[in-house]
Design a protein around this ligand. Structure first.
Ligand SMILES: O=P(O)(O)OC[C@H]1O[C@H](OP(=O)(O)OP(=O)(O)O)[C@H](O)[C@@H]1O
Ligand SMILES: [Mg+2]
Length: 165
């Protein structure tokens, strides 16, 4: 297992603010959305926040799994696809939401299903960025984002102690 060099921990509060900031950006596009597609599981959290802000009530999921071993990405598996109605016209007018794009492989596989859909993620790393239409914060490729639903409270060593030789 190779751990990325830098850590970017995100609290619930920060995630809520960043997902709202994404909703503001999408609202600026000023168009009606036919439906939202959340890329599970991570996309379910921003999807809940963004559909509330934008008044979208038709929510679909596409179930993709790839990171089987923490930071190591395995083969992508589509466990559940998107309903036929939304695939019409290349997914035009559909808003696709995920928590982040890293290598861009997850976004690419969903884009193949709906090339005309609008892709939005809260965070984006450089490799995935070209696949995404709207995002809020870019983090470097050697950073791992720690989401609040994956974390708990643990004791932290004082900085002086952990720096002692
Ligand atoms: O751009 P990529 O390199 O494809 O990585 C990004 C994807 O990886 C994570 O999902 P994961 O497959 O770990 O599943 P999860 O959402 O169920 O945690 C994350 O939620 C994105 O969907
Ligand atoms: Mg995911």
């Amino acid at each position: 297992m190779s751990l990325p060099e830098k850590a970017f921990p995100v609290s619930w509060d920060q995630f809520h603010r960043d997902a709202r900031a994404l909703a503001w950006r999408i609202a600026g596009i000023q168009r009606e959305w036919r439906a939202m597609v959340a890329i599970t599981r991570g996309g379910l959290v921003p999807a809940a926040i963004i559909c509330r802000e934008l008044g979208i009530r038709l929510i679909e999921t596409v179930c993709v799994a790839s990171y089987h071993d923490y930071t190591e990405q395995g083969k992508l598996h589509i466990l559940k696809g998107i309903g036929d109605g939304l695939l019409e016209n290349g997914g035009e007018g559909v808003l696709v939401v995920d928590d982040l794009t890293d290598t861009g492989k997850t976004a690419a596989i969903v884009r193949e299903m709906m090339p005309k859909a609008h892709f939005a993620t809260v965070y984006a790393k450089p490799l995935g960025r070209p696949l995404i239409d709207t995002f809020v914060t870019e983090v470097s490729q050697d950073t791992w984002i720690y989401f609040p639903w994956d974390m708990g409270f643990t004791y932290q060593e004082p900085i002086a102690k952990s720096h002692r030789g």
